[in-house]
Design a protein around this ligand. Structure first.
Ligand SMILES: [Zn+2]
Length: 337
């Protein structure tokens, strides 16, 4: 529902996008992965299918660029797929470059690559790609990729990107910073495993939206919330209905489908109380009253409105205030802003 402006979010915590991306890449590419990752029924399993001698006394450790290159050289399907979607790889340096390209692919290009993958005529080597990129399939592998979730904790994500209701902020215990967000793969990792580790395919969201609502639903038709052209919040508006209900309305058919798929209208049915409070408050605090309060408190009228109806009216940080979009739209409809 709300666009993710990573640059703005990082600047609030004193970070720059370039530094964040560099650290994200280092977290993944500078790690070495033990080739034997599980021991199933007494048999040592080579997670990456490199087919090396996994019984050797000291199991080898490889960086992802080496694993990627080896698998690319061993597997024709993978080689053809990478050559069609990206560019050929001839050495270890290019393997690292290609990985960087995949992990940091920008959201607009990501959408184009998804279309290329959908149109790819040959069998997709998804089983191999999952071994390399889908970190969620193996607990040990996930642990060895230490940076994914902690890196996102550095960003001050406060409210779920999809519903704009539930908080997804961090909290601190004595020893560690804990997160309450989940990372949703905007483009499903099962269908597009090559982007399972890609930064701009990971959307911080609440567990309800990620698991209970979106689940494995196809959303490739929608725009990635990191995209420069993402405009949902301007295309769709909450409209006040009888009995303090609200309904998201739009003239854009794709946005309408998005609203339906994410059950936005159903989910917001529970907010009748908040809507009623907002409307009643407006009945009391008319424009004249706000002008008087501004004079008495010596705060600007905008500040007074923010005190009364929510800080989002003043700061316009829709991504930081629960129900921020609802409040902005109600404020517009009731002539507050
Ligand atoms: Zn949510």
């Amino acid at each position: 529902m709300i666009k993710i402006d990573l640059e703005k979010k990082l600047s609030r915590v004193g970070l720059r996008v370039l530094d964040f991306e560099t650290k994200y890449i280092e977290d993944i590419l500078d790690r070495e992965h033990q080739i034997i990752t599980t021991n199933k029924n007494g048999n040592k399993i080579d997670r990456f299918s490199l087919n090396i001698n996994v019984n050797m006394p000291t199991p080898p450790k490889y960086k992802l660029e080496r694993i990627f290159l080896e698998l690319y050289n061993q597997n024709n399907d993978l080689e053809q797929f990478i050559n069609a979607i990206f560019n050929p790889i001839t050495n270890i340096r290019e393997s690292r470059e290609r990985l960087k390209e995949i992990l940091l692919i920008n959201p607009d290009l990501l959408q184009n690559k998804i279309a290329l993958i959908d149109a790819y005529p040959n069998p997709k080597p998804n089983h191999i790609l999952k071994k390399i990129f889908d970190y969620t399939r193996d607990r040990e592998y996930k642990k060895s990729l230490k940076g994914i979730s902690p890196r996102f904790k550095e960003v001050d994500f406060r409210v779920c990107i999809y519903c704009n209701r539930n908080f997804i902020s961090n909290f601190h215990t004595k020893k560690v910073k804990r997160a309450t967000f989940t990372l949703d793969h905007f483009y499903q990792k099962d269908k597009y495993p090559i982007f399972a580790l890609s930064l701009y395919n990971l959307v911080p969201s609440c567990a309800v939206c990620n698991t209970n609502i979106k689940g494995t639903r196809d959303v490739e038709q929608y725009m990635n919330p990191y995209s420069s052209g993402y405009n949902f919040e301007n295309e769709v508006h909450f409209k006040l209905m009888p009995n303090y209900k609200v309904k998201l309305v739009t003239s854009n058919p794709l946005c309408y489908k998005y609203v339906k798929d994410f059950y936005h209208n159903e989910v917001y049915e529970t907010h009748t109380l908040e809507v009623k409070e907002f409307v009643k408050k407006r009945e009391v605090f008319t424009d004249d009253m706000i002008t008087k309060l501004s004079r008495i408190t010596k705060h600007s009228e905008s500040r007074v409105k923010a005190f009364l109806f929510g800080n989002v009216l003043y700061k316009k940080n829709l991504d930081s205030e629960s129900l921020g979009k609802l409040k902005i739209d109600l404020a517009n409809e009731l002539g507050i802003i």
